[in-house]
Design a protein around this ligand. Sequence first.
Ligand SMILES: C[S@@+](CC[C@H](N)C(=O)[O-])C[C@H]1O[C@@H](n2cnc3c(N)ncnc32)[C@H](O)[C@@H]1O
Length: 172
Amino acid sequence: MERWSDPKQLMVWAERTRRVASFISTDQTVMDLGCGQMTLRDAIPKGCRYIPADLVKRSDDCRQIELNEGLWPQETADVVVALGVLEYVYDIKGFFYGCARIAPRLIFSYHISYSRNYATRVERMKMGWLNDFPISQVVTEIVRAGGKIERIDGFMHKQNFTQYLFVVVFPI
Ligand SMILES: C[S@@+](CC[C@H](N)C(=O)[O-])C[C@H]1O[C@@H](n2cnc3c(N)ncnc32)[C@H](O)[C@@H]1O
């Protein structure tokens, strides 16, 4: 909470936001989990309803949540978006089950390590990331929660990991 209450911790990921917004069609209700500065609000097509949710109550309409304590939004949506959030979640299984309860479609990002060596762990710790899930575990937990992966895009490559964008559909 202390970290995320500091606005300097929030970077703007314009390209990621733009790309995700292009996966969303008009008139959808979009739940933005871990909304940060809510840059997605202005990027999604006109006619969409935007619902922000975050650990920090970032606006009057922001739903206050704490994904590590099972505090999830109560509403449903057409699509749930979680960008730059799974890195801060301990319970990956609970994460996908929680998203599946909100919407039949999930778009999320996650940094996957190339190898799980010491240097990579140190770098992840420096970022404040709380986990290091391998791709096999991410895929397994999506499938366990009833999800089907529609698309995976390798998005940004760094020395020790690549950021991926996942689009998942859950049966209604
Ligand atoms: C890296 S920022 C990403 C912000 C935004 N999604 C974006 O792409 O610009 C991570 C966001 O997740 C929120 N967050 C971190 N841990 C959380 C938790 N346990 N439950 C809910 N939100 C959390 C932070 O407050 C922050 O706004």
